[in-house]
Design a protein around this ligand. Sequence first.
Ligand SMILES: [Zn+2]
Length: 284
Amino acid sequence: MGNEAHIDRAIELLRQARHVVALTGAGISTPSGIPDYRSPKSGLWEKAADMVEVATLAAFRRQPLAFYDWLRPLLHVIREAQPNPAHLALAQLEAVGRLQAIITQNIDLLHSRAGSHQVYEIHGHLREVVCPTCHNVVPAEPLLDAFMAAGKVPHCPRCRHIMKPSVVLFGELLPWRAMKAAQHHCATADVMIVVGSSLQVAPAADLPEMALANGARLIIINYNETHLDDQADVVLRGDVAEVLPQLADPFQTRPAPLEEPPPEGPHLGLVGKNPSAGEVRIER
Ligand SMILES: [Zn+2]
């Protein structure tokens, strides 16, 4: 089956589905310029050993400044990034009722910025910062602005401890509300779309298995193989920013074709208008 036949099959599954959930990983944001830390050539995440040294909760408590030093270049890239056609396609599918939820491993907020509403960020997000001491939570943007502009590390307004972005560090528990909602959607879904995730990181990797166990059909869109490819109904290898819009396209609401000519008005273009006949002709 060529990619086109695969896409038709995926569209058919979406058409018949009652509850669709998408699971997205780093691969949906690479077309927006955010590198996948598991891809060996990305300059940002090159020093994976450093990451494990600084991006654990214990390391953050010990050396928060080292953590923020490490975070700075990544933060810069994420804050500059824009949603790409893959994010927009998922937002469109939700808007027309063809997608009930997105579960994402990404912290970059690009799904919300693309217009998606039901988004469960199981690895946390950069929307807020949290105080590891008194658990105070405040909006991240002004504090991260000050950090990027002047190197001012966020301090808790209540207890003055250094605050941490609401992202899940190594050794931290996943946010239980988001995880619970994610599991609920996986148990309810009859179609799951996996986008840009190699399904190597547990427990996100277990969610499609949960959906499969509940009888859901699986659509996998990813550059690389995953361990669930042979259990998927459709596997699409390719650029998610090209493939996902093709899946969403048939479900777009289009304006009804004009049966009457538009009312005349001073601002309407008159190209092709034949005033004597009172009709609009399209010039070809
Ligand atoms: Zn505090």
